[in-house]
Ligand binder design. Structure first.
Ligand code: SAM
Ligand code: GLN
Length: 282
């Protein structure tokens, strides 16, 4: 078969099953080991039967078995960096890239260009911690997770990407309080889906539930962090969260309860959803 025929084969199946075209292109690039440009330039080239079989197998896993395309590929790009992913970690999302960008901007505004101690709570694949560390050399980063399996993946990502991040296993702020270390910045994209909320099977059947669900109203981890942050934050500090699109009012209530004098901003993502909160305390 030619590249063009393979692409048509995948796109037709995707259309019939209401699945993403873009995933078919990713699978094609992956199994032919070509970038998008080379695919376009070589549409009429023949592929080997091995390439054809691997691609078709990937397409069927994606379409028939409903496996996330990132699990078939084994990676996802985040902030321009290639992160390995698998069933033990949340696949990093586009929204979270916006959180990283906003944390970098807020750091510049609030701290200038001084060295700061940062902790990423619930690091998963390490996406936030590793990207921050690679983007801003003044950030000295610790990253925690309750899942040892997630930390194994995160450590591998830090190694692959040459990032210096110190990983710590433990429940929320417990290991941090125990160490006595103080931080300038806390960043977290905690699990925030309400326990009983509907979650599409592509996510629910393949991503760790410990990464998704945040108690009855999804606010459990924000309250844990906000109620204890004073124990690990320096007197001048910043807290940055990703949150669910409908959690703005809840978030405001929690901030007013625990940090009534802090200034904070709730920032919309590219889709116009209230997605991030940055709290500045001094
Ligand atoms: N930071 C990653 C990202 O943005 O892609 C992963 C975020 S995922 C929504 C939440 C992470 O919090 C998961 O990796 C999960 O294992 C971790 N987590 C859940 N409960 C935790 C707890 N009690 N203490 C620490 N981490 C926890
Ligand atoms: N954005 C993820 C989802 O919708 C949820 C991530 C989280 O709970 N922090 O599947």
């Amino acid at each position: 078969m030619t590249i063009k025929e393979l692409l048509k084969y995948g796109e037709k199946l995707a259309a019939e099953h209401d699945k993403e075209d873009s995933s078919i292109k990713l699978l094609l690039m992956h199994f032919l080991n070509l970038d998008g440009h080379h695919i376009l330039m070589n549409m009429n080239n023949q592929v080997t039967s091995e390439e054809e079989n691997c691609f078709k197998d990937g397409v069927h896993q994606y379409i028939d078995d409903n496996i996330p395309v990132q699990h078939i590929l084994g990676y996802e790009y985040f902030y321009g960096y290639k992160f390995i992913v698998g069933p033990d970690v949340l696949i990093p999302r586009f929204e979270t890239e916006e959180l990283v960008a906003n944390v970098l901007g807020a750091y510049d505004d609030f701290f200038g260009s001084i060295e700061v101690d940062v902790v990423d709570i619930g690091t998963g694949s390490g996406a936030i911690a590793i990207s921050l560390s690679l983007e801003e050399k003044n950030m000295k980063i610790d990253a925690t997770d309750i899942s040892e399996d997630a930390l194994t993946v995160a450590k591998q990502n830090a190694k692959n990407l040459n990032a210096k991040v110190n990983f710590i296993a433990g429940d929320m702020l417990e290991p941090l309080k125990a160490s006595g270390k103080k931080y300038d910045i806390i960043v977290s994209n905690p699990p925030y889906i309400p326990n009983e909320e509907y979650v599409e099977s592509l996510v629910k059947d393949h991503e760790p539930h410990v990464a998704l669900f945040g108690g009855e109203d999804g606010m459990k981890f924000y309250e844990i962090i906000l109620s204890q942050a004073h124990e690990i934050l320096k007197p001048k500090g910043m807290i940055a969260f990703e949150q669910g699109w409908n959690q703005k009012e809840h978030m405001e209530q929690l901030i007013n309860k625990y940090y009534p004098r802090a200034s904070f901003e709730i920032i919309k993502d590219i889709n116009g959803k209230d997605r991030m909160t940055i709290i500045k305390i001094e």
